[in-house]
Design a binder for this molecule. Structure first.
Ligand SMILES: NC(=O)C1=CN([C@@H]2O[C@H](COP(=O)(O)OP(=O)(O)OC[C@H]3O[C@@H](n4cnc5c(N)ncnc54)[C@H](OP(=O)(O)O)[C@@H]3O)[C@@H](O)[C@H]2O)C=CC1
Ligand SMILES: O=C1O[C@H](COP(=O)(O)O)[C@@H](O)[C@H](O)[C@H]1O
Length: 502
């Protein structure tokens, strides 16, 4: 089904407008879109929450994180804030919603709108999702126009709770009306995956078990759960980023070619490949929990007062995965994620098979790296003759680093900007569909049950600021990933040492 873009007179309502997500992401993203002319200056934006906030307090709060404000576009801040207003109201009784509806109707009448267009954004804890959704349906819905509802993760805690949530939302909002945000789908490099894979014949042709030796998706954060330990203890790294963000990346990386760029065609292929994933084997995982940094300056996970002394919460995980289809049978896939590591980086690494032996000794594998953050880049490690008097190959790269290829002034939307824009345009491609969500929980729930059971595994300790658990390297080697000696690949500027390599 194709959905029309919203027009000039749209009401955007942010529930939970007093909260952290609204302040850090939702309102800055709305402003960013407005600043770039991607949202009309005729829309209405309403923040809704229970907190008592004056109009000025509300505006000060939401504008604290606006980005790219320069002398030349400062006026845009006031213009945007003039479109915004705040309604204080409860989530569980009707009075606030009635007031909200009156405000929306007044605006629509004044703007001569015949078919109202309303976008509701739930920047709220999941405990109130259904209550708020029910009240919106009863008091703020439009039968003559169109409604879009953005919801934020977590979409449940496991398969059962996710299904329960879906059963409660489904009678209220259709799948066309629902936009489930996974903000990784809004990241530039993640959106690029479909283009890189399917618009380059040399990649399309080699993207299979005949040429690929191993696949790795790696998520590293250089900070721990500081201050959020109590919250994180019931979540763990697998639920926090693997079941959702990294699995989304992996499905885009491994799905078959969609019949078109149509959102449903893409989501159909993601669902198909998810059905081919093998179960996550409990003996093919590596789990870790961080301890104090080696110099003692950074606390261990258990040093957090809000965490139980004997918590086995997993802050690092590496999972062996397989896909049982013609394209991927036998290709080892590793998804790994960790907090409190040496650096912050999210990347995909595809190692290709070795070339035939005979002509060259010690030739390294081609490796395609797609760096999602920081600083987007795609580079392919290739073997090339060392220039000059040498007659041996060494590793260099074909490199697309965004910061050196695209002008600094060229606007690349941030994840939330990109996704809110997609929703405005009625494009579902980068949102999670109900069947996709169900399959992701089906895949991860048995593993989570094993990890979280009373006799579940004890995670291996690793120091804050390190590379992760000591067993990581053997784990990756066992999954087909080759490490090469340090110094055999240098980036970006190289003066090759050709002595003895003639
Ligand atoms: N913060 C972030 O960076 C991210 C958040 N998310 C998700 O987005 C959603 C919102 O997150 P975030 O803004 O951090 O959450 P907050 O805890 O800041 O809650 C948002 C607002 O909801 C209201 N609220 C808080 N607790 C309750 C409660 N128990 N019952 C009813 N209302 C409550 C408060 O508003 P008031 O009391 O004024 O009504 C609060 O300002 C969550 O689902 C979260 O998982 C997802 C990704 C990142
Ligand atoms: O959803 C989450 O994602 C963030 C990482 O997002 P990023 O855009 O900064 O890469 C993670 O820190 C957080 O724990 C998790 O809930």
């Amino acid at each position: 089904m194709s959905v029309e873009p919203f027009g000039k007179h749209v009401t955007i309502v942010v529930f939970g407008a007093s909260g952290d997500l609204a302040k850090k992401k939702t309102f800055p993203a709305l402003f960013g879109l407005f600043r770039e002319g991607e949202l009309p200056s005729t829309i209405k934006v309403i923040g809704y929450a229970r907190s008592k906030l004056s109009d000025a307090e509300f505006k000060e709060r939401i504008s604290a994180n606006f980005k790219n404000v320069k002398d030349s576009n400062k006026h845009k801040v006031d213009e945007f804030l003039n479109l915004c207003s705040y309604i204080q109201g409860p989530y569980d009784t009707e009075e606030g919603y009635k007031k909200l509806n009156e405000e929306m109707e007044k605006y629509e009448k004044e703007s001569g709108v015949e078919k109202p267009e309303r976008l509701f954004y739930l920047a709220l804890p999941p405990s109130v999702f259904v209550t708020v959704a029910s009240h919106i349906k009863e008091h703020a819905y439009t039968k003559t126009g169109e409604v879009r509802l953005i919801v934020e993760k977590p979409f449940g805690n496991d398969l059962e709770s996710s299904r329960k949530l879906q059963e409660s939302l489904a009678p209220l909002f259709t799948e066309e009306e629902l936009y489930r945000i996974d903000h990784y789908l809004g990241k530039e490099m993640v959106k690029n995956l479909v283009f890189l894979r399917f618009s380059n014949e040399f990649l399309s042709a080699s993207w299979n078990k005949n040429h690929i030796r191993s696949i790795q998706i790696s998520f590293k954060e250089a900070f721990g759960t500081e201050g959020r330990g109590g919250y994180f203890d019931d979540i763990g790294i697998v639920r926090d980023v693997m079941q959702n963000h990294l699995l989304q990346v992996l499905t885009l990386l491994t799905m078959e070619r969609p019949v078109s760029i149509d959102p449903e065609a893409i989501r159909d292929e993601k669902v198909k490949v998810l059905k081919a994933f093998g179960e996550l084997k409990t003996d093919d995982i590596l789990l870790g929990q961080y301890t104090k940094s080696e110099d003692g300056s950074k606390p261990g996970y258990l040093d957090d007062d809000t965490v139980k002394n004997d918590s086995k919460c997993v802050t690092y995980a590496a999972l062996g995965m397989q896909i049982h289809n013609e394209r991927w049978e036998g290709v080892p896939i590793v998804m790994r994620a960790g907090k409190a590591l040496k650096e912050s980086k999210v990347e995909i690494r595809i190692q290709f098979k070795e070339v035939a032996k005979g002509m060259f000794n010690d030739i390294q594998r081609n490796e395609l790296v797609m760096r999602i953050q920081p600083s987007e880049a795609v580079y392919m490690k290739i073997n090339s003759k060392i220039p000059g008097i040498s007659a041996v190959p060494s590793v260099t790269d074909l490199d697309l680093t965004y910061s050196s290829r695209y002008s600094k002034d060229f606007w690349i939307p941030e994840a939330y900007e990109s996704l809110i824009r997609d929703c405005y345009l009625g494009n579902h491609a980068n949102f999670v569909r109900d069947d996709e969500l169900d399959l992701s929980w089906k895949l991860f729930t048995p593993l989570l049950k094993h990890i979280e059971s009373k006799d579940g595994p004890t995670p291996e300790p690793y120091a804050y600021g390190s590379n992760g658990p000591k067993n990581l390297r053997p784990f990756l080697s066992a999954h087909g990933y080759n490490f090469y000696d340090e110094g055999t690949y240098e980036w970006p500027l190289t003066t090759p040492n050709v002595k003895g390599k003639m």
